[in-house]
Design a protein around this ligand. Structure first.
Ligand SMILES: C[S@@+](CC[C@H](N)C(=O)[O-])C[C@H]1O[C@@H](n2cnc3c(N)ncnc32)[C@H](O)[C@@H]1O
Length: 281
């Protein structure tokens, strides 16, 4: 596809360093987890406490607040802060064609053979953020097979991200990964921004879905779950990969982020299939 190898979204997220991030205090953490569940609907029980604690306190400090308790107290009455708090916890950084070499492999090894050999194809973008991933899939699908019936389920925990994804409007900066040819074929120019055309959007169904709590649909030919599990505990990740395996049809493929892998993959019922792909035999 002639795209660069390293991508902006994969540069490490640099948080400001705060001299005074407190030690993890189990009682305060339990309090935080309870409040976050009530206030934001996010279940922290399957997230790594040390990382969440560091991020939350770093975020509180950046907002001029003393600690996690102060942050929660303010967020109860401040809608803008509440949203920023949720965004910080869920981290929805993403981009079109993130890790181009992985998309090249998806196309050559899995997507093209499926599109050319099957009557229809069903794909799930789990943790779709602002829609870059499902729209990347939709562009590739239409380039390979303009007429094959394809449905893409795009889900995320974060409703604000989903609302923005559904609008399908992206800034010049967000469009960096999209070539001029693809822009002219799949997007309309809207003042300074770009709007995804109906041809792509009509392939995608958007839905709020929590990977840690909600039922998984099935069957899918391809499941993309990339850069979502950074803060999940190992047990939560294993349970999730097991459920993905059950949601794949035999021959279906799970597509992970560039730095992600499944250590005990065969016990889950999947087999490695190159770079960051796992196949259900
Ligand atoms: C860093 S983005 C990844 C976006 C895209 N998959 C990519 O690789 O560019 C992570 C997304 O995962 C979502 N997420 C985090 N926890 C989740 C959960 N438990 N269930 C569903 N989505 C979740 C976040 O809201 C965020 O939009």
């Amino acid at each position: 596809m002639g795209m660069e190898n390293s991508t902006r979204a994969d540069r490490p997220i640099v948080l400001p360093v705060f001299a005074s991030v407190p030690e993890l205090d189990p009682e305060a953490y339990d309090r935080l987890a309870r409040e976050v569940r009530t206030l934001l609907g996010i279940d922290l029980s399957m997230y790594k406490p040390a990382q969440v604690w560091r991020r939350v306190n770093g975020f509180a400090s950046a907002k001029g607040l003393a600690d996690a308790d102060a942050l929660v107290a303010r967020a109860r009455h401040d809608a803008v802060l509440k949203q920023a708090f949720a965004d910080m916890l869920t981290i929805n950084v993403s981009e079109f064609f993130r890790n181009p070499e992985a998309w090249d492999q998806l196309v050559a090894q899995f997507l093209k053979p499926m599109l050319l050999g099957q009557l229809s194809v069903r794909i799930w973008s789990a943790g779709c953020s602002l829609g870059f991933e499902p729209l990347t899939l939709a562009m590739l699908v239409r380039e390979i097979a303009p007429n094959t019936p394809v449905t893409i389920l795009a889900t995320d925990l974060d409703e604000t991200a989903l609302t923005r994804a559904q609008a399908g409007v992206y800034s010049e900066q967000q469009m960096l990964g999209v070539s001029p040819l693809r822009r002219s074929r799949f997007f309309n120019k809207r003042d300074k921004d770009w709007e995804a055309r109906q041809e792509l959007r009509s392939m995608i169904t958007w839905r709020r879905h929590d990977l840690l709590r909600d039922a998984y649909e099935r069957p899918f030919d391809i499941i993309c779950c990339r850069n979502v599990v950074i803060y999940f505990t190992e047990a939560a990740k294993t349970a999730m990969y097991q459920r993905f395996c059950e949601s794949l049809r035999p021959g279906g493929v799970l597509f992970l982020g560039a730095t992600e892998s499944i250590p005990n993959v065969r016990t889950i019922g999947l087999v490695p299939a190159g770079l960051t792909f796992y196949k259900r035999p």
